[in-house]
Design a protein around this ligand. Structure first.
Ligand code: PLP
Length: 416
C-alpha cells in the first residue's frame, strides 16, 4: 500500500510535472479536454483489478455483479444522451471502436468511402497504413475550394464505386456535416452509413450540433474529446439491428477483458454530459471558437498571411490557414508553445508544405471552456494568438498574458 510518490518517485515526478504543465499553460489541442476529478477518481478504483469478458449479465468470469452495475449504468446513460437503442461502452479507444464498427458492417475487401485524411478525415477512415486502408478498398472524398465537404463529389463517387460503407466524420473540419444528405446518398447506392462523431459528440449531447444517431446505421465516438470523459471509445446505433455483430466485433473480435474502471469513469462522465452545466460549457466552447475565428480573419492577421479555413467555424475548433504566411505550421506551433499555448500543426487541403511541417494549425476551445473561460477570456486568447503569429511578436509580454489567464482560471485547484 505504499503511495506512488514513495514507491516510484521517477514516475510520480513526471506526473507532477505534467499536472503543472496543464495548470500553467493554455491547452488548445482540439481533441483534448480536462476530465472532472470524479471521473479520474472512478478510473483510479479497484475496478481496474476485475476481469469481465462478456457483457453485463453474460460474463465469462465470476464476481462480476458490481462491474455489471457500472457498465449497465454507462450503457443506459449514453443511450439516453444520444437517443440510441444500442450502445457498447467497451472499446478501449476511438480507433478500437472504429475497427469493431467497420468489421461489423463490412468485410475485408469491401469498398469504403470516407473523407481524405489530408482534407480532415481520420486515420481509421482509410489511411494507407491503418487497418482501414490495408484491408478495405478506399475511395476518398474531399472538401471544395470553400473548404466545405463536396457533397456532389460524395454522390458521384458513391454512384461510381458502390461502396459498402460511407463514412461521415472528421478530425479537422470546422463545419456541420449534412447527415440527411449522407443518408440519402447511402440509401441510393445501398451503402451503410457510419458516422464517427469523436470530435463533436459533446456538442451533440448538449443539443448544440445535429445528432447523427437518427440517420446513421452505426455511430462511433471517443469519450475524451468534447464529451470530456476518460480516454476511450463507444459504439452507438439507432436500432438493435447490428447489435449482435457489433458486440461480437468488440469482444471477442478485437478485445479481451473490458477496462471496467474506465467504463465506470465513462458512466460518470455521461452523467455530467446530461447536466445543464455541461450544456453551458459547450456553449462557451462554441462561442470561444467563433471569437477566435473572427479575430484571425481581421485585417492585421490577413496582413501577415493568416487566414481561417471555410472563413469561420460552427464547432469547437478553428483551422488556421498559413499558406500565405512566412510561418509554416511547425514554426507557428513552436511560436505558440513558446508563449504557453499548446496547439497542433495540421495540413490544410492541397498543402504545399510536407506533412511533418504543414501550412496550418488546428486550434480548439473545449479544454479552456472546461477550465471556465468565457467570451472575454477567449477574446484575450484570440488576441494573444493573433499577436504571436506576427513577425514582431513579443514573447515575454504574451507569455505574461497567458500566465494571467491561467491564474484567473485555476485547473484542478485541489490537486498538487
Ligand atoms: N475518430 C476521430 C474522428 C478522431 O479524431 C480520433 C482521434 O483523434 C479517433 C477516431 C481515434 O480516437 P483514439 O485516439 O481514442 O483512438
Amino acid at each position: 500500500n505504499t503511495p506512488l510518490h514513495e514507491l516510484d518517485p521517477d514516475v510520480a515526478a513526471a506526473v507532477d510535472a505534467e499536472l503543472h504543465r496543464q495548470q500553467s499553460t493554455l491547452e488548445m489541442i482540439a481533441s483534448e479536454n480536462f476530465a472532472p476529478v470524479a471521473v479520474m477518481e472512478a478510473q483510479g478504483t479497484v475496478l481496474t483489478n476485475k476481469y469481465a469478458e462478456g457483457y453485463p449479465g453474460r460474463r465469462y468470469y465470476g464476481g462480476c455483479e458490481h462491474v455489471d452495475v457500472t457498465e449497465q449504468i454507462a450503457i443506459d446513460r449514453i443511450k439516453d444522451l444520444f437517443g440510441a437503442e444500442y450502445a457498447n461502452v467497451q472499446p478501449h479507444s476511438g480507433a478500437s471502436a472504429n475497427q469493431a464498427a467497420l468489421f461489423a458492417i463490412a468485410q475485408p475487401g469491401d469498398t469504403i468511402l470516407g473523407l481524405d485524411l489530408a482534407h480532415g478525415g481520420h486515420l481509421t477512415h482509410g489511411m494507407r497504413l491503418n487497418f482501414s486502408g490495408k484491408q478495405f478498398n478506399v475511395v476518398a472524398y474531399h472538401v471544395d475550394e470553400a473548404g466545405l465537404v463536396d457533397m456532389a463529389e460524395v454522390e458521384r463517387l458513391a454512384k461510381e464505386n458502390r461502396p459498402q460503407v460511407i463514412i461521415a466524420g472528421w478530425s479537422a473540419y470546422p463545419r456541420h456535416l449534412d447527415f440527411a444528405e449522407f443518408r440519402r446518398i447511402a440509401d441510393e447506392v445501398g451503402a451503410k452509413l457510419w458516422v464517427d462523431m469523436a470530435h463533436f459528440a459533446g456538442l451533440v449531447a448538449a443539443g448544440l450540433h445535429p445528432n447523427p444517431v437518427p440517420y446513421a446505421d452505426v455511430v462511433t465516438s471517443t469519450t475524451h474529446k468534447t464529451l470530456g470523459g476518460p480516454r476511450g471509445g463507444v459504439i452507438l446505433a439507432r436500432t438493435k439491428d447490428f447489435a449482435k455483430k457489433l458486440n461480437s466485433a468488440v469482444f471477442p473480435g478485437f478485445q479481451g477483458g473490458p477496462l471496467e474502471h474506465v467504463i465506470a469513469a465513462k458512466a460518470v462522465s455521461f452523467k455530467v454530459a446530461a447536466s445543464e452545466d455541461f450544456k453551458e460549457r459547450q456553449q462557451r466552447t462554441l462561442d470561444g471558437a467563433r471569437i477566435l475565428a473572427e479575430r484571425l480573419v481581421q485585417d492585421d492577421a490577413k496582413a501577415v498571411g493568416v487566414d481561417v479555413l471555410s472563413g469561420g467555424t460552427d464547432v469547437h475548433l478553428v483551422l488556421v490557414d498559413l499558406r500565405n504566411s512566412e510561418l509554416d505550421g511547425q514554426q507557428a506551433e513552436d511560436r505558440l508553445h513558446a508563449v504557453g499555448i499548446t496547439v497542433n500543426r495540421n495540413a490544410v487541403p492541397n498543402d504545399p508544405r510536407p506533412p511533418m511541417v504543414t501550412s496550418g494549425l488546428r486550434i480548439g476551445t473545449p479544454a479552456l471552456a472546461t477550465r471556465g473561460f468565457g467570451a472575454e477570456d477567449f477574446r484575450e486568447v484570440a488576441d494573444i494568438i493573433a499577436e504571436a503569429l506576427k513577425p514582431d511578436f513579443d514573447a515575454e509580454s504574451l507569455k505574461a498574458r497567458v500566465t494571467a489567464l491561467a491564474e484567473k482560471h485555476p485547473l484542478y485547484p485541489g490537486l498538487k
